[in-house]
Design a protein around this ligand. Structure first.
Ligand SMILES: O=c1[nH]cnc2c1ncn2[C@@H]1O[C@H](COP(=O)(O)OP(=O)(O)O)[C@@H](O)[C@H]1O
Ligand SMILES: [Ca+2]
Length: 497
């Protein structure tokens, strides 16, 4: 008993001084760590929003973007929260009834009111950008185009968002913002990595945009767009081919085919057994083809299918002009294009078509892709309809053409080879956000990509708290050791006991 008491008395941890020091030390460490944790704890996330309407030639889609409120101009944090497909055709189709263009947007806008928290409505910017459908309408009837914009503007201003305008994007903007979107979502801009090219296939126009070491903008300056993003300079090559979206290219091809015999077209790009009567007035209702209307053409023509890929490739080739090029390199129609470089993301109709045809895997050799397409084109129309009961007939009737057109555009138009074909990735979304020009457009208009690299805190929060804790414990241990002269000497006695 007495030995135990003696040991207790001699144990340094039981002397009043060391007990008090230990308690104060532990309290101090707990207080220090608590302050570090509380002070630096991430605040409950608050979000901001932006809305962009993509008024395409075939349809309009609404996109809602979301980002953490305190990190407006920071890094790749903007994400697509929701998208809404507007019912009906693109706004350019409402030239003769502009008010309906405005009304058509109402349903998606009402949904947007629900998706964006009401306290953020007034500060949420709302943009509408129109692409090639409105470019074409503006070319043939600028008054009708203005009327459509007026109706759209009035409809959008009825909603509580911060309306920032509706306008036609230039082809360069459409191409460049698609490129910004793809590289922003992949976080290539922020990290200064080699960028990915962007291939966008619409209904009325198509864009190609990429950075090439061989292009400084001096040859064909119209194709050059310069950006300084996160401290890096980019000299982007971009070109938009008006009338080379897949719907207008289909018209170009049919217009060419009707030249030889205006009453009937036996089309190798349509399935055997396909048979439709089409109106010339509808086919030629576009500035892309209006000058090609055959003299004294009848009101209608018979459009039948023969389903032959090789012949389809030949008629598709006719929509391109490969003869004159006044530059060092051209794609087609005398348009300058530097040598292709790097990977490419191909989205919008590139993806829809290749996904439908099960041809999105670009590691499959180009020859095998063509074989698959050949078999698809040769499949009788009734079988195709039977196999795809849910598909829209308009799309279904054109997938053989669309697939052929895509391969021809990529290889003969842009000069991808059987080797570089695998540099292309057919994509719909990147990390949950649709690939397209809308996100890049919004990031640009809200100045959300800084020209210079942002400053990052040197340590993440968890690292900071751990280091503070470790250092506090070390200081405390050192402090205890500094008090060693005060410690009673007991260890030898303990061993004897
Ligand atoms: O499910 C689909 N299957 C095939 N094509 C589609 C599908 N959804 C959309 N598309 C096509 O994608 C294209 C989209 O073009 P958009 O309307 O954006 O025109 P633009 O960019 O030339 O103004 C149109 O040709 C449309 O027919
Ligand atoms: Ca588009």
């Amino acid at each position: 008993m007495s030995a135990q008491r003696e040991m207790k008395e001699k144990n340094p941890w039981h002397t009043p001084v060391t007990i008090i020091i230990t308690v104060i030390g532990v309290i101090a460490i707990v207080a220090l760590v608590t302050v570090a944790v509380v002070q630096n704890r991430p605040l409950p996330q608050k979000y901001k929003y932006g809305i962009v309407l993509d008024a395409g030639s075939s349809h309009t889609a609404l996109y809602i973007y979301e980002w953490p409120a305190e990190k407006d101009n920071n890094t790749g944090r903007v994400e697509q929260k929701h998208s809404c497909k507007v019912d009906g055709p693109g706004i350019s189709s409402y030239a003769s009834a502009p008010l309906k263009a405005g009304q058509s947007l109402r349903e998606c806008m009402q949904k947007a009111e629900k998706w964006v928290p009401s306290k953020r409505h007034h500060e949420t910017p709302l943009y509408l950008g129109a692409t090639a459908g409105m470019r074409l309408l503006n070319m043939v009837d600028s008054v009708a185009s203005e009327d459509v914009f007026q109706a759209v503007k009035e409809a959008l201003q009825k909603f509580p968002f911060s309306y920032q305008g509706a306008r036609i994007l230039s082809g360069q903007e459409e191409g460049a913002f698609g490129w910004v979107t793809v590289n922003y979502l992949d976080e290539r801009l922020k990290q200064g990595l080699e960028t990915t090219g962007a291939l966008d296939l619409g209904g009325a126009s198509t864009q190609i945009s990429f950075v090439s070491d061989n292009y400084d903008g001096s040859e064909s300056p119209n194709n050059s767009v310069n950006f300084r993003l996160y401290g890096n300079d980019y000299n982007l090559y971009t070109h938009s081919f008006l009338c080379y979206g897949k719907d207008q290219a289909h018209r170009l091809k049919l217009a060419h085919q009707t030249q030889s015999g205006p009453n009937a077209v036996a089309d190798p790009c349509s399935h055997p057994g396909y048979n439709a009567t089409k109106k010339y007035s509808v086919l030629y209702d576009s500035p892309c083809v209006s000058d090609r209307k055959p003299q004294g053409a009848p009101a209608t023509f018979h459009h039948t299918g023969t389903g032959n890929l090789q012949q389809c490739q030949e008629v598709v080739r006719n929509v391109f002009n490969f003869t004159d090029c006044k530059y060092s390199h051209c794609s087609f129609n005398g348009v300058f294009q530097p040598i292709l470089q790097g990977g490419f993301g191909a989205f919008s109709a590139y993806y829809f078509v290749m996904d439908f045809l099960n041809l999105t895997d670009t590691t499959v050799p180009l020859e095998a892709v063509k074989e698959q397409l050949k078999a698809y084109c040769a499949t009788p129309w009734d079988q195709i309809v039977q196999q795809h009961p849910k598909a829209k007939l308009k799309y279904l009737a054109e997938y053989c053409f669309s697939g052929t057109y895509i391969l021809s555009l990529l290889t003969e138009g842009y000069n991808f080879t059987s080797v570089t074909y695998s540099d292309i990735k057919f994509i719909e979304k990147i990390k949950g956000s649709d690939a397209g020009w809308t996100l890049g457009y919004m990031l640009n208009l809200t100045n959300m990509i800084p020209a210079e690299a942002p400053d990052f805190p040197p340590l993440p929060h968890a690292g900071y708290v751990s280091i503070v804790t470790i250092i506090a414990v070390l200081i405390f241990i050192l402090f205890l050791f500094s008090l060693r002269p005060l410690w009673p000497r007991c260890s030898k006695q303990q061993q004897i006991v």
